[in-house]
Design a protein around this ligand. Structure first.
Ligand code: PLP
Length: 384
């Protein structure tokens, strides 16, 4: 159909996300898809049983706007047990339609036209468009290469009178780096006495491999007091397609968050919430996740040692970065496309996470796959 109006795009730079592009190319070429981050294995049957039970029990109508009480209580209990932070289940925990909606709603609730939002590149791709949609201005800082750490002096220099929000992500997609306790103290010190809100994307909170484990901003009371923390059951229970997540924040921030949330999605799938609430009572599911993915990471890294890829460290998430300079001098997008079409393995070029397309010759593999999938991908890559 021919449009009769021609609006000026609010997001002129935005096209289809690289994840969709590479997954489609993988499907078109019959390539093994190690690009988009999703498991190729099933969640546990107990989770299906719990959701089915909820449906037969008649839990099929609108739940409360903020989420089912038993799910919010389960989340609050888990967060207290893990990070020692007390969030009130009624006024400080909100169930969202995945982390993506939590992030967008948080940005829409607090960022006004002209406000500055500091992000760190390589940056997860949903933050920027959300900020720009509501008229905010992105201040893009780079993580150091190749260890992908935050330069706190640069953050100090970037903070100004218009800074409204700082968005951090740990464990970090795409790099697998982690914020340390010292990083959190820096963030707390730099924001002390300001009106800056911290939006902390912690969707991979249960996939941290270092002995210190995941450093949630919830661990530091002075930081938690100005933060919205976003997480996702998609990553934790192998259900990325269910799109159920949550946001934690002090009551005053949650109240503003919910003003937007209730007109954005209003409520989130009832049977999924009820099923997750029942399933999460067994803490072994989330507590076992780091070991589960550590074994996959080590399996993949060991197998990849027989290829010419040079693997960067992976401290968390289910992503592995690799340099490919010993194989090709192509730019990373061209290399990823070539690898998908000609070698039969789809990956994500890391330049996609930089606004200016900065290209360090690094691609991202997802190892949230069955060993057989990883092995057959490595079989292809060994030939290079
Ligand atoms: C860093 C990060 N944040 C947010 C999301 C979105 O999570 P959800 O699928 O729950 O919306 C993802 C998913 O890949 C992610 O990697």
């Amino acid at each position: 159909m021919q449009a009769s109006v021609h609006p000026v795009s609010k997001l002129p730079q935005v096209g289809t996300t690289i994840f969709t592009v590479m997954s489609k190319l993988a499907a078109d070429c019959g390539a093994i898809n190690l690009s988009q981050g999703f498991p190729d294995f099933q969640p546990e049957p107990a989770l299906f049983d719990a959701v089915e039970r909820a449906m037969w029990d008649g839990r099929n109508q609108y739940p409360p706007m903020s989420g089912l009480p038993e799910l919010r209580a389960g989340i609050a209990a888990k967060v207290e047990a893990l990070y020692g932070a007390r969030y009130d289940a009624d006024s400080e925990v909100t169930v969202t339609a995945g982390a993506t909606q939590g992030l967008f709603t948080a940005i829409a609730a607090f960022v006004r036209s002209g406000d500055e939002v500091i992000v760190f590149e390589p940056v997860y791709d949903s933050y920027g468009p959300a900020v720009e949609t509501v008229g905010g201005k992105l201040v893009r800082l780079s993580l150091s290469f190749p260890d992908y750490r935050i330069d706190w002096a640069a953050v100090r220099a970037a903070i100004g009178p218009h800074t409204r929000m700082i968005i951090v992500n740990s464990p970090h997609n795409p790099t697998g780096s982690l914020l340390s306790a010292a990083d959190l103290r820096e963030l707390a010190a730099l924001t002390a006495g300001t009106d800056i809100i911290v939006l902390s994307d912690e969707v991979y909170e249960h996939i941290a491999f270092s002995p210190e484990g995941h450093q949630s901003v919830a661990r530091l009371p002075e930081l938690a007091a100005r933060s919205l923390i976003v997480s996702s059951f998609g990553k934790t229970y192998h259900i990325t397609g269910w799109k159920v997540g949550y946001v934690l924040a002090p009551a005053e921030l949650t109240s503003e968050f919910r003003k937007v949330h209730q007109f954005n999605v209003f409520t989130v799938n009832t049977p999924a919430q009820a099923g997750i609430a029942s399933y999460m009572q067994d803490a072994s599911h989330h507590l076992g996740l780091a070991d589960f993915y550590r074994a996959k990471r080590d399996f993949f890294r060991d197998a990849m040692a027989a290829t010419k890829f040079e693997l960067l460290p992976c401290h968390g998430t289910y992503f592995q970065l690799a340099r490919y300079g010993r194989i090709s001098s192509l730019g990373d997008r061209a290399f990823a496309e070539w690898l998908t079409r000609e070698v039969g393995v789809a990956v994500i070029p890391v330049s996609a996470f930089y606004a200016d397309g900065r290209d360090d010759g690094v691609v991202r593999f997802c190892f949230a796959k069955q060993e057989a999938t990883l092995l057959s991908a490595v079989e292809h890559l060994r030939a290079l």
